[in-house]
Ligand binder design. Structure first.
Ligand code: PMM
Length: 311
C-alpha cells in the first residue's frame, strides 16, 4: 500500500495523525521544469557565502562556484540551491547589493551550463526577482513568502516555491525557542502559508513545504518534527534540510566534517516518513544511500528486486 501523499516506494503506509487535505501533486512545477515526485529528489547545496556554517568561503569565487554546481549535478543532484546569505544562527545580513553580486553571476552561468532547475535560497524579493531573470526557476524562501513583495515576485513568475518554517529571525532564532506543541504549531504555520500562497493565485503544483530543521528549534524540536513528517506531507510535498546540521553533532558527538553518517541516516529516515525532497551538501553519498534504500524498499514491497539493473 502506498502513502496517500506520494508514490515514493520508500514511504510506508500513512500512520495515524493526519487526514489528507487533498491529493498532493505528483510533480513539482518550476518554470519550464516539472520535477517528478514519485522518486526521491536531491537538492544540492551551493552556498556562495564567506560564512555559511558548513561550506562558507569554499565557493565565493564565481568560477569555483560554477564548477562546484556542475560537480553536484554530475554527482546526481536533481536541483541546485544557490544562496548568498548565511542564515546560520547569529549571522550578519549582507547588504542586498552584496547578496546580488554573489549569486546572480553564478545563477546566470549555471542556468546555461546545467540541465537541472536552479533554486535561489533568499528571503529578499529583489534577489529572487533578479535570480528568476537570470534563469532560476525555484524560490527557496526561509520566510515562507511572508514579505508581500516576495509574494508578488513569485506570483508574477511561474517559479516553484519552498515555504519554510522559522521561529524568529536568523539573528535570534536559537535564543531559547519555545513551543507548546512544535509539530502542531509548525504544521499550522505551513498550512497558513500554503493558504496565503494559494489565495494569492500561486497554484498548488508550485508549492513545497519545509519544517525548517534548526531554524528556531532545539534538538528535541528537530527530532519531533522529523518523527512527524507524515503529518506535514498531508499538506504538500515536503522538503527536509538536515544535512550536517548542529543537532546531528549534538546527538552523535560528531564535529562538522564527520556528520555524513548522521546526515545520511536522517535523509533515509525522512524519505521513509514521507519527505519528497532532500536538501544536502553530500550529493554523491546521498544518491548512493537513496538508491540502496530504494532497492530495499522494492524488495520489501514486491518480494523480489525491482531494479532492472539487478541480476
Ligand atoms: N537550511 C539552510 C539554508 N537554507 N532552506 C531550506 N528550504 N531548508 C533548510 O533547512 C535550509 C535552507 C541552512 O543550511 P546551510 O547553511 O547548509 O545552507
Amino acid at each position: 500500500m502506498l502513502s496517500p501523499n506520494t508514490s515514493n516506494a520508500l514511504v510506508p503506509p500513512m500512520p495515524a495523525g493526519g487526514t489528507p487535505v487533498t491529493t498532493p501533486p505528483v510533480a513539482w512545477s518550476c518554470g519550464h521544469y516539472s520535477i517528478p515526485l514519485g522518486r526521491p529528489v536531491i537538492m544540492g547545496i551551493l552556498n556562495v557565502t564567506p560564512d555559511s556554517f558548513s561550506d562558507g568561503g569554499a565557493w565565493l569565487d564565481p568560477a569555483s562556484a560554477v564548477a562546484r554546481g556542475q560537480a553536484l549535478v554530475a554527482e546526481g543532484a536533481d536541483i541546485l540551491d544557490i544562496g548568498g546569505e548565511s542564515t546560520r544562527p547569529g549571522a550578519a545580513t549582507p547588504p542586498l547589493a552584496e547578496e546580488l553580486r554573489r549569486v546572480i553571476p553564478v545563477i546566470q552561468a549555471l542556468a546555461q551550463a546545467v540541465t537541472v532547475p536552479i533554486s535561489v535560497d533568499t528571503r529578499h524579493a529583489a534577489v529572487a526577482e533578479a535570480a528568476l531573470q537570470a534563469g532560476a526557476t525555484i524560490v527557496n524562501d526561509i520566510t515562507a513568502l511572508r514579505d508581500p513583495a516576495m509574494l508578488a515576485v513569485v506570483r508574477r513568475s511561474r517559479a516553484g516555491v519552498v515555504l519554510m518554517h522559522m521561529l524568529g529571525t536568523p539573528q535570534d532564532m536559537q535564543k531559547a525557542p519555545h513551543y507548546d506543541d512544535v509539530v502542531a504549531e509548525v504544521r499550522a504555520f505551513l498550512a497558513a502559508r500554503l493558504a496565503a500562497a494559494l489565495a494569492a493565485g500561486i497554484p498548488r503544483q508550485r508549492l513545497v513545504i519545509d519544517p525548517g530543521i534548526g531554524f528556531g528549534k532545539t534538538t528535541r524540536h528537530n527530532l519531533a518534527l522529523l518523527g512527524a513528517l507524515a503529518q506535514l506531507a498531508t499538506l504538500a510535498p515536503v522538503l527536509v534540510g538536515a544535512s550536517r546540521k548542529r543537532f546531528i553533532g549534538e546527538i552523535t558527538g560528531a564535529p562538522l566534517p564527520e556528520r555524513l553518517p548522521g546526515s545520511l541516516t536522517v535523509a533515509i529516515w525522512s524519505l521513509m516518513r514521507g519527505a519528497a525532497i532532500l536538501r544536502v551538501h553530500d550529493v554523491a553519498a546521498t544518491r548512493a544511500a537513496v538508491t540502496m534504500a530504494g532497492a530495499l524498499a522494492g524488495m520489501t514491497h514486491s518480494g523480489s528486486p525491482s531494479s532492472p539493473h539487478l541480476t
